[in-house]
Design a protein around this ligand. Structure first.
Ligand SMILES: [Zn+2]
Length: 120
């Protein structure tokens, strides 16, 4: 099996660590913006404009948080794979993933071929 070039690996790890920090900061920031964050006020009847607006914001913040947490999970998984030497190999066919693809999507776990098949 081809060994993944160390220099690229180091570069990707640095990038992922920076990205991880950024995403964590975004999560903290977003969580603070959630109008429902510290008070439990999921009232059901209520439709004043303010509450409707807060509801909307809450849903939006919630959706964005979900997305960020998913991203964080993927970044952590990629970092783990770097540590145990599995980074850069397709989890499906075990072939080495194209380095150009990894440069574009550092958290990719599938090679181009398997990624394309999955989308179909
Ligand atoms: Zn593959």
């Amino acid at each position: 099996m081809l060994k993944f070039p160390k220099a690229i690996l180091v570069e990707i790890e640095t990038h992922l660590l920076a990205e991880k920090k950024r995403v964590q900061e975004q999560i903290t920031e977003l969580a603070a913006q959630d109008p429902f964050a510290d008070v439990d006020r999921l009232s059901d009847n209520a439709a004043s404009d303010t509450e409707a607006k807060e509801e909307f914001n809450h849903d939006r913040v919630e959706a964005m948080l979900e997305e960020l947490k998913l991203k964080l999970t993927q970044i952590e998984a990629a970092l783990t794979r770097i540590k145990n030497g599995k980074y850069g190999y397709c989890t499906n066919c075990k072939q080495m993933i194209d380095t150009d693809r990894l440069a574009a999507i550092p958290t990719a776990t599938l090679c181009v071929t398997c990624g394309a098949e999955k989308r179909r």
